[in-house]
Structure formats: C-alpha cells, structure tokens
Design a protein around this ligand. Structure first.
Ligand SMILES: [Zn+2]
Length: 407
C-alpha cells in the first residue's frame, strides 16, 4: 500500500485517494491536431497521474491543468458513425422528448457541431441554444449558437432552460462539482424546474478488464457509475440513471436543486454581509465622535482581535490615548497597520481613561475585573455588539458574567 493523497475528490469531495495509474507524460491526443510529422513529434508532453477516490471510486488526473488544453482554437470532434452509436443517439432523443414540455428551451453546453440539438429541434418546436468555445465552419440554422464558454450562473438565469444537456463534457473539467453546483444554485433561482442531462464515458469495465487506453490528458475525470451518482447527488435529485452503448457510457437526468438549508444559509450570509458593512460605517462614525470629543480613550488589546478591530473600523492613526495589552510580551511593540505603541495597563493607574474600548467582548468580564484590581475606573466601557459600540455595564449583551452583574 502506498500513501494516500489528500486532494478532495472532484466527484464526491472526500479526501482519501490512492495512486491508480501513472501514465508518465504524453501529448494531447484529441485536441493536438499536428499537421506535419515534425509537429507531431515535437508536441509537448503532459503528466498523466491518475488517482482513485476510496470513497466513491472516481478516478482523476491530479496533474491536470485546464489551461493546457486549447479548447477555443481546436475542435473537439467525436467521430463515431457506427450503427450502434447512432441507435444510442436516436434512443436518447426519444427519451429526452418524453421529458420535455411543449415549446421547450434547451441549452447544450459543449454542443460541438450540434448534432444532438439538431435532432431534438427536428422533432419538437422550441428554443435551442448551443454553447461551444470552438466556432464551427458553418453556423447552424436550426439552433442559436454561442461560440463561447457557458456561464453556469449568468447564462442559466438569463435563458431559464427546461433542460441543460452536457454530453461528453464533464470528463474534460478540472472541477466538475464546482461547475454543477453553480448551475444548481442558478437553477434554484429559476421559476421552473431545470433538468440536467449528463452523459460521460463509464469506466466500470476498466476495473474488470485492466484496460489503459481510457486514460489520456483531455479526460482528467474518469467516471464510474458510482462516482457519477456521487457527483450528481450533490446537485439535485437524480430522476434516472442508466447505461448505454454496451455499458460504455453512463447517463443521468437530474432535477437541479441545492438543499433548502443552503438557500437559507445564503440568505443569512447575505444579511450578515450587508449588516457587516453597516456596522463598519456606524462604528467608524462612533469612533470618530470619540476622537473628536477630547476624551481620554484606551483600547484594550493591541494584537489579534484588537488590531482587527482597528482595521475593520477605520482606526488608521494614533488618535487613541492608549492601546494597552494585558500580555507583557506585547508591551512596547506596535499595532500592525496603525503604528501606535502598545503600553502596559499599569500606565492607566495614574491617569484613568474616560472610556475603555474592549474589542474582545468574550474577555470583557476578565478585563473589567483586571481594571478593578489595578484601580482603573473608566466612566464607560464599550464593546462591539449588533453593529454598534454599546455600554458594557448598561446595555443588553451576552458577555456579562453573573458575578460582575449589578455593578
Ligand atoms: Zn469520491
């Protein structure tokens, strides 16, 4: 047994993987297109370092970099004119049509020359849009063609499709989950159910036969049935998952949807984010008022949260009368980004401050007790709470210890 790797699995996200196939280094085999013998021999090699996730069985090339592959300038042509393959395509068109509403909107990501969209459009009237970074020689007339990468959020929200098709596309991605989760997020914002049709090569048979030709640079993701299921379960409800072409491809239809709890958390995060900016403005204004007041103001804590407080709320100059710290190791050093020298609490014994600000609310009770021991009696102690500076002794907040109440 060789060591386990800790890269998160692109399909299921777990972090336990084992070396699976070291293919050395080889040139691109789909998107290289050498035109001369010399060009072919001079093609740069890329590392093939496939590992397997122990949780879901997914195999991926952990040395892959998407930018190595010239998707925009070279066509990614898939040649298979076989009778059985064409039967598979015809069956797939039939299957998809049973799940499409009247007059559907269908988007295909990585549509190539648009064979599949054409087949659908010929059978049902609707809106069909194909995306592919490589522009074909002839613009298709049966559907709208976009010669660019599909944006999983903006394009989905704009087009509001009934179905998104990704046939033989996901195996080219470096981060398939990231793409699909953005797609699912956007689908959750649409007013209709958005379904996703995925088709990828299936490596179930690779495990039994030991064959190696499946592994090349342009296919960094190698899906088994189990790993495709693991990936798709993260982005919605799998309506159907099946195999075709003698088990060599695996397909699935998914109703894109992220968990409700994620949406609720997003709402809470948006609220926090908005509140945080309001808090920065409000507390910065409160501090400015203190700076203008002529009162002697001490801030307790010159590093960590104390320095973060000064950064967040715009303390950029040495206007504070003192920055003190209970930790003797910090005394004599300077506040990062501000430059004010940190002094010992002893300094406040002779000249009591009017106001003490305690950035570390959770330590406020201890600091107030420390001040009492040293005979430091400020008129007011302020802490940050719910977007503003509040009075430690007289305002409602969760940081008072019972023994200190009633002062
Ligand atoms: Zn996995």
């Amino acid at each position: 047994m060789t060591p386990l790797y800790t890269d998160p699995c692109p399909a299921c996200g777990e972090s336990v993987a084992h070396p699976f196939f070291d293919g050395g280094a080889a040139p691109l085999v789909i998107l290289g297109w050498p035109r001369t013998e010399e060009e072919a021999r001079a093609m740069p090699p890329y590392r093939l370092d496939f590992v397997q996730c122990l949780a879901c069985g997914h195999v991926w090339n952990r040395a892959f970099r998407y930018e190595d592959v010239p998707y925009g300038s070279q066509p990614n042509l898939m040649f298979n004119a076989g009778v059985l393959w064409n039967r598979h395509l015809a069956q797939l068109v039939d299957e998809v049509l049973t799940r499409l509403p009247e007059n559907p909107t269908v988007v295909e990501i990585g549509c190539g020359c648009g064979h599949f969209l054409r087949s659908l459009a010929a059978r049902r009237q609707g809106r069909y849009i194909g995306f592919d970074p490589h522009q074909p020689d002839d613009f298709p007339s049966e559907f709208q063609f976009e010669a660019r990468l599909f944006d999983p959020v903006e394009d989905l929200l704009h087009l509001q499709p009934d179905l998104v098709v990704m046939r033989h596309v996901l195996e080219h991605f470096s981060q398939p989950a990231a793409f699909l989760q953005q797609l699912a997020w956007a689908a959750g914002c649409c007013k209709k159910t958005v379904r996703l049709l995925v088709e990828v090569p299936c490596i179930d048979r690779v495990f039994a036969t030991g064959r190696l030709v499946d592994f090349y640079y342009e296919h960094p993701q190698q899906f088994s049935t189990e790993s495709l299921r693991a990936l798709l379960q993260r982005v919605g409800a799998i309506v159907s998952l099946w195999h075709a072409y003698d088990g060599e491809v695996v397909l699935a239809i998914v109703e894109l949807q992220l968990p409700l709890a994620w949406r609720l958390r997003a709402e809470a995060a948006a609220k926090f984010e908005q509140g945080s900016q309001e808090a920065r403005r409000k507390i910065a204004a409160q501090l400015q008022e203190l700076a203008n007041s002529g009162l002697r103001v001490a801030l307790w804590g010159g590093t960590g949260k104390g320095a973060a407080f000064m950064h967040h709320f715009g303390v950029k100059t040495n206007w504070l009368t003192w920055v003190v710290d209970s930790d003797p190791n910090k005394v004599g050093t300077y506040v990062a980004g501000v430059g004010q020298q940190i002094v010992s609490p002893e300094e406040l014994k002779t000249q009591t401050p009017d106001v003490v600000i305690i950035p570390t609310q959770w330590r406020a009770a201890d600091i107030v007790a420390e001040m009492a021991r040293l005979g430091i009696e400020p008129k007011q102690v302020l802490i940050e709470h719910q977007g503003q500076l509040v009075d430690y002794w007289h305002s409602a907040h969760p940081y008072a210890l019972p023994k200190l109440e009633g002062r």
